[in-house]
Design a protein around this ligand. Structure first.
Ligand code: HEM
Ligand code: HEM
Length: 170
């Protein structure tokens, strides 16, 4: 891939952005339905409940923030790199890298397709809904892989996404 490992661990900013974006994406997946309800209420001219109105506004701003934070994270990644995969198995290492790049694609395509739908291009709604399913599958695979590394392989992969590397190792 484009980013060779230039570091032995993640910097605090990379770890902070990883968990912040993960929390925001989960918020979007859990409460995204409210945006759909708001769009339909606007189209049908029906009233929208206060909770759905607040959550739909949240969907707009949280989703737009994810786009900005993901771009920032990509820039940092391209400049500082990421640590090499800890496993010896080349196929598993490749699967990990592919998952990470697919996440970056989704972190851009989900907000952009959402914004395009919101600003009057309903054709992008199906793309946006597809990113929802793709996120759910990838997050499940990614979390299982992280726990497998931690509890079975015990190779420190999860720990390095929790504890920053020393500056001399970065
Ligand atoms: C990573 C960011 C985002 C994620 C994970 C996400 C996720 C979701 C989910 C799960 C739904 C409900 C879809 C369903 O139930 O089938 C939804 C709907 C929607 N989202 Fe997002 N969203 C994101 C960003 C955005 C942004 C930035 C906007 C811009 C305004 C947006 C606009 C919409 C719209 C308009 C709908 C309704 C689409 C429809 O009518 O089917 N989303 N989103
Ligand atoms: C929406 C949720 C998530 C997204 C979008 C996401 C995305 C990513 C991405 C893109 C990377 C690659 C490293 C980088 O570029 O900085 C990564 C690494 C990592 N993630 Fe996640 N992640 C999510 C949730 C989780 C969860 C729930 C866990 C733990 C259960 C987790 C554990 C890890 C670990 C341990 C790494 C380091 C892998 C390595 O260094 O080889 N992630 N994540």
């Amino acid at each position: 891939m484009a980013t060779a490992a230039k570091t032995n661990g993640y910097a605090p900013i990379q770890i902070g952005l990883h968990w912040l974006i993960a929390a925001l994406v989960i918020f979007q997946l859990v409460f995204g339905q409210s945006m759909q309800t708001a769009i339909h209420a606007a189209q049908d001219g029906t009233a929208l409940g206060v909770t759905d109105a607040i959550l739909a506004t949240g969907h707009y701003w949280v989703g737009s923030s994810i786009l900005v934070l993901a771009i920032l994270r990509l820039v940092i990644r391209l400049r500082s790199g990421v640590p090499a995969p800890s496993e010896g198995n080349k196929i598993l290492a490749l699967a990990g890298r592919a998952t990470h790049w697919l996440f970056y694609v989704l972190l851009v395509v989900a907000p952009v397709s959402g914004l395009l739908t919101f600003y009057g291009n309903p054709g992008f709604a199906s793309v946006h809904r597809l990113t929802r399913s793709a996120f759910i599958v990838l997050i499940a695979l990614h979390a299982v892989a992280a726990l497998f590394h931690h509890f079975v392989l015990r190779d420190g992969t999860l720990k390095r996404m929790l504890v920053p590397a020393k500056p001399s190792d970065r």
